[in-house]
Design a binder for this molecule. Structure first.
Ligand code: FES
Length: 502
């Protein structure tokens, strides 16, 4: 540790830090645009200028290392004047189209102008005209007029994805960011360019012009779309939004976590969120025996119907006629309940475990395993195995399916044939899918964003998450569903006992 003074106050900081990082750690803000903690410093924006005692010229805090005894001023007259001049320079070439810019409300240039700029506009010349609508990726638009050439995007593609699709072209005031030879930025992590762009130069087609950022709330969660468990922020319209909401969730961004995902998320995690609001099962329903149509029922009716069936099968010592098809994306807490319900309270019942089909991994964050909690399921004894599905289903009278995963392994035609012989088929799922037409009861369950719990990721790290959104429609978590069902199934006393003793 070394001692430095920042604005007259003494601090002990680690060696080998830059002034900007050291100041950040002790809670002193130094404005910056091109600096990003995960990228090599570039020193191009000049926003981080500070005065160091004994050094005649102002220095860059983002690339100057601290030294023992160093005295730094981050907010004196000289520094403030320099900052104002830098902002004036950056804004001279900027279109100032904040009212129609998606970054407005979270733009660092806009924030810094109000905090450190507020100068009178002396600019009389024509602003430079550039391409405002350049498609640089299937998911991204570059506005070259808004770009301040901080080169964060270029460094991200050089240092993190190592794909180098963007570069700085031309010299001096003609410099601009562009793609090489019209090739697009096509890698699994391109969406991160929107987050790291400090202004509104790179915008996301999925989010562009959909919602003003200040209407959105954000809360932390865990991405459930592969085994990595990347930490994310869900940006959603709160219930208090005064106008009609078309949907709740508008975007997903990474939440930094050095142990799991650093500062990034993959495009699957970023753009795969639409399932949270679209195609949801909203109410419990039951197939009418005569008309074959699904009709809404109450949760109570479901618990009584299925609870009675389980009670009768247990009383007749036919527990083996009960089956469950469990997926690999439930929470640890839900697996614990499943274990108590089926394995301990109805030990003759049979369970099979079927996860989602493997996808393509990329040796960075995205794993081949597209299930969110394979390790958690294993911890509670739910392991995916090859089975004879016909044999499993043939002698069942009641089967509860958790999710549609079985249809990723067996054709729907084949399933409809073998499911015909089962008297009662129940589906508990958050979204509509191919199993719906084959089921007798359909129950809406919560998506991850609507419940709390924990997952164990592919590296064995347990991560807890909280509820971000209220359950849509009449959805309930699997814990609520199984607990209420246990009360009506004649296993309540054992259920409570096993829950207490584990
Ligand atoms: Fe230091 Fe840009 S943050 S020069």
């Amino acid at each position: 540790m070394i001692k430095i003074k920042i604005n007259g106050k003494e601090y002990k900081v680690k060696e080998n830090l830059t002034i900007l990082e050291a100041a950040r750690q002790v809670g002193v803000e130094i404005p910056h645009l091109c600096y990003h903690p995960a990228l090599e410093p570039e020193g191009s924006c000049r926003m981080c200028l500070v005065e160091i005692k004994g050094v005649p010229k102002l220095q860059l805090a983002c690339s100057t290392l601290v030294k023992d005894g160093m005295e730094v001023e981050t907010d004196n007259e000289k520094v403030r004047e320099a900052r104002k001049a830098v902002l004036e320079f950056l804004l001279a070439g900027h279109p100032l189209d904040c009212p129609i810019c998606d970054k407005a409300g979270e733009c660092k240039l806009q924030d810094y102008y109000y905090k450190y700029g507020l100068f009178e506009d002396k600019f009389e010349e024509e602003k430079p005209r550039r391409n405002k609508l350049m498609r640089i990726a299937p998911n991204l638009i570059l506005d070259q007029e808004r770009c301040i050439l901080c080169t964060r995007c270029v460094r991200f593609l050089r240092e993190i994805t190592k794909t180098e699709e963007l570069g700085v072209f031309n010299r001096g005031k003609e410099s601009l960011i562009s793609v090489y030879e019209q090739e697009l930025v096509e890698n699994n992590y391109s969406g991160n360019l929107v987050d790291i762009c400090p202004v509104g130069a790179i915008t996301d087609i999925d989010f562009r012009f959909k919602m003003r950022t200040w209407f959105l709330e954000k809360k932390k969660s865990i991405c459930p779309l592969c085994g990595r468990g990347c930490n994310i922020n869900i940006h959603f319209l709160p219930d208090t939004f005064p106008f009609k909401r078309e949907r709740r969730v508008y975007r997903i961004t990474p939440e930094p976590n050095p142990k799991i995902n650093g500062y990034w998320i993959c495009n699957l995690g970023r753009y795969g969120y639409h399932y949270i609001d679209n195609d949801r099962i909203l109410v419990p329903s039951k197939r009418n025996e005569n008309s074959e149509k699904l009709e809404e029922i109450s949760w109570r009716e479901f618990y009584e119907d299925i609870g009675n069936k389980i009670k009768v099968l247990i009383r007749r010592k036919k527990g083996e006629k009960i089956g469950a098809v469990v997926n690999l994306s439930l929470t640890n807490e839900e697996y614990e309940i499943l274990k108590v319900f089926f394995k301990q309270c109805v030990p003759q019942s049979e369970i099979i475990v079927l996860g989602k089909e493997k996808g393509k991994g990329d040796n960075f964050l995205l794993t081949e395993d597209r299930n969110s909690n394979t390790r958690g399921a294993k911890k509670f004894g739910f392991i995916e195995k090859k089975i004879d599905i016909k044999k499993f289903l043939n002698n069942k009278e009641l089967v509860i399916f958790f999710g549609h995963e079985i249809t990723e392994h067996y054709g729907i035609q084949f399933l409809s044939e073998i499911l015909k012989n089962i008297k009662t088929k129940v589906l508990i799922a958050s979204n509509k899918g191919p199993l719906i037409n084959l089921m007798d009861y359909i129950l809406p369950s919560c998506v991850v964003a609507e419940k709390e719990g924990s997952f164990i990721n592919c590296e064995g790290i347990t991560q807890k998450f909280n509820r971000v959104l209220e359950p849509l429609g009449k959805s309930k978590s699997e814990i609520e569903i199984l607990t209420s069902l246990a009360q009506k199934s004649g296993i309540w006393r054992n259920f409570l006992l096993y829950r207490r003793t584990g």
